[in-house]
Structures are given as structure tokens and as C-alpha cells.
Ligand binder design. Structure first.
Ligand SMILES: Nc1nc2c(ncn2[C@@H]2O[C@H](COP(=O)(O)OP(=O)(O)OP(=O)(O)O)[C@@H](O)[C@H]2O)c(=O)[nH]1
Ligand SMILES: [Mg+2]
Length: 315
């Protein structure tokens, strides 16, 4: 099969039919063999009914329905597990991403040799204050910490070589950082394509301003995981040794000073330096212990799935 289109969605009943028809039209006119996998992530509107209807008429359409809302990352994960196409394309369900980009995205993977191609909504139809500026800042920070040179990490429209999606573990809210996950997994040919972006036609936005707070926290996590995820002791151990050494040197100095040079000075316990030395040594020891715990956890990590599937269609 040429292409698997993976579409995670939440309450997008008004867009689905139009989206399906559009994708089908593009696929047929390019003679691609394809499947469309809709992942309904606990919608409370008619989205699942519509997906079931479409899947009865068109066997290219497959559906996964989550028991409740588990988040976009888990939906992508479920879709990625099922995808059988040589090229996997993800897109949003709200008609903001244009299916007309599919042939070019497919070509860049198959002929351009890219592992992953990310869409870049160069011209956005969103509010400047609420979306454009925060998103610029966010992308800048992501570029700096990850070293992946993309303009638009969070674009829903992306294409992948099949084995990329099978080897990355998207969970939590990490869908924003799939290119970083891919890079960490060793897929370094990451490309970018300017894509058309449209204003939302139906329904409403699912992510509010808290996306930026979550996004930045996740960025710190992913920085940590990619640098030290497999060797936590190198971070915590180093910090611990530095802190402990500072504290030890400090207390050594106060002790020698009191014993040999300033024997008539205040009691050691009355000097602020003593407390600084003491707390640095304690914190240093705790960093060290955190490092050991990290190493222990790493060696006991079960590969647990973070979602439950309720129904499946056409698999
Ligand atoms: N599976 C899943 N999909 C989601 C969830 N939240 C949003 N989505 C889908 O992710 C896509 C992007 O969400 P949007 O709300 O459109 O986010 P956005 O495009 O940044 O914001 P708008 O410009 O307001 O549309 C849409 O297809 C949503 O249906 C979720 O919790 N689970
Ligand atoms: Mg949208």
C-alpha cells in the first residue's frame, strides 16, 4: 500500500464527510493505493457515527474509537501501530490542512529520501496574539533545545516513512515534538514543506492557551529525556558531585580557619557559611540518590500502553 492517512480527531462531526471526500478525490486522481485511519478520541458528538457510515461505503476507511479522551498523542500512537502504508501521513480533521499536499509529501518521502517531512504553515489564519506570536517563540525554543531546524513543529500535517512511525513512542502530549522524537530515534533526514493553511471552518478549537505552558514543560522534559533519558546518573551524579564538593570545601575551610587561624572567632555553628556548606552537601547527596533512583527506574521500565481501544472498523 502506498499511503496511510492517520487522522486523530475530537468532536469534528461537521468536517469529516468533506474531509473524506477530498482525500478520496486526491488519492484517486493520483492512483495511490491507500487507507484512511480515523481515530476518534472519545468524541461526544456524532463523529463516530459519521465515521462508521463512511467506513461502510468506503473500505479504505478504518476507524479506531477510544473509550474516552486520551489525548492526541495516544490517538496518533494507535494510528501509527495500525498503519501499513509505505508512507504515513498525519493531518488534522478540521479541514485546516489541505489534502492537496498529499502527493508532494508522498514524493518527498519516496523520492526525496526523507524520513520525515513536516508541514510549515508559513502563512497562518489565526489570531496574532493568541497563536502566531506564542507559536513563533515556542518553535524558536524547540529549535534551540533540540537542534532540529524546523519552523513549525506542531503542524498536524506531516509525512513519514513507515518504519519511522513504528519506532517512535508518542505519548503524553509529545505529538508536538514528533520530529525531535524521530531525531532521537535516529531518523535524521527531516525535511520541511510549506503548506497551505485555512481558517477553521466548522467546530471549535480544542487547545487553549494552556497548550503553551504544557508545551514548554514538555520541551524541558524532552530535552532532559533526549540528553539524559538513558543515563540519568550523568546529570544527577555530576550535579551531586559539584554540590557536595562545594559544600565540603566550604566546611573544610571553616573548620581549618577555626582550628588554626581564628581560634577566638565565633562558634562555627553561628557562622552563615556553616549552613550554606551543610545544605549544599545535603542537596548534593540527594542529587546523587536521585541519579541512582533514575538508573533503577530505567532498568525496570515496562512498555505500557496508555490508552484503551473500544471498537475498530475494517481491520
Ligand atoms: N485524538 C485527539 N485529537 C484531538 C484532540 N484535541 C484535538 N484533536 C484534533 O487535533 C486537531 C487539531 O486540533 P485543533 O483544535 O484544530 O487545534 P488547532 O488547529 O491548533 O487550533 P484551531 O486553529 O483553533 O483549529 C484536530 O483534528 C482535532 O480534532 C484530542 O484530545 N484527541
Ligand atoms: Mg485546527
Amino acid at each position: 500500500m502506498n499511503i496511510s492517512v492517520v487522522i486523530p480527531l475530537l468532536n469534528e462531526q461537521d468536517s469529516l464527510i468533506e474531509l473524506h471526500d477530498w482525500i478520496a478525490k486526491v488519492m484517486q486522481s493520483n492512483r495511490f493505493s491507500y487507507e484512511i485511519i480515523f481515530i476518534d478520541d472519545g468524541s461526544v458528538d456524532k463523529s463516530w457515527d459519521i465515521i462508521s457510515q463512511i467506513s461502510k461505503k468506503d473500505t479504505h476507511v478504518k476507524g479506531i474509537r477510544f473509550l474516552k479522551n486520551f489525548g492526541k498523542s495516544q490517538a496518533l500512537h494507535a494510528g501509527f501501530e495500525k498503519a501499513t502504508g509505505d508512507v504515513v501521513i498525519t493531518m488534522d480533521a478540521d479541514l485546516q490542512d489541505s489534502p492537496d499536499e498529499i502527493p508532494e509529501l508522498y514524493k518527498m518521502i519516496q523520492e526525496g529520501g526523507f524520513d520525515l517531512v513536516s508541514g510549515w504553515k508559513k502563512k497562518r489564519y489565526d489570531s496574532v496574539i493568541a497563536k502566531n506570536l506564542p507559536s513563533k517563540l515556542f518553535n524558536w525554543a524547540a529549535r534551540k533545545t533540540s537542534g532540529v531546524k524546523l519552523h513549525d513543529f506542531n503542524c498536524g500535517l506531516k509525512s513519514y516513512q513507515n518504519n519511522v512511525v513504528k519506532h517512535i513512542n508518542v505519548n503524553g502530549e509529545m505529538h508536538r515534538y514528533i520530529p525531535v522524537l524521530a531525531k532521537n530515534a535516529g531518523f535524521i533526514k527531516i525535511g520541511e514543506k510549506v503548506v497551505k493553511h485555512q481558517a477553521r471552518k466548522y467546530g471549535e478549537t480544542k487547545f487553549g492557551m494552556d497548550r503553551f505552558i504544557h508545551g514548554f514543560l514538555d520541551l524541558i522534559t524532552i530535552w532532559f529525556l533526549s540528553r539524559f533519558g538513558k543515563r540519568p546518573m550523568h546529570l544527577f551524579g555530576a550535579l551531586g558531585v559539584i554540590m557536595f564538593a562545594i559544600g565540603f570545601a566550604f566546611s573544610f575551610y571553616i573548620g581549618i580557619d577555626k582550628l588554626f587561624f581564628n581560634t577566638t572567632a565565633r562558634l562555627i555553628t553561628e557562622r552563615p557559611g556553616f549552613y550554606i556548606a551543610l545544605s549544599t552537601m545535603i542537596i548534593g547527596t540527594q542529587f546523587f540518590v536521585a541519579g541512582f533512583l533514575g538508573e533503577l527506574i530505567l532498568r525496570n521500565k515496562p512498555d505500557k500502553k496508555r490508552y484503551l481501544v473500544k471498537e475498530e472498523l475494517n481491520f
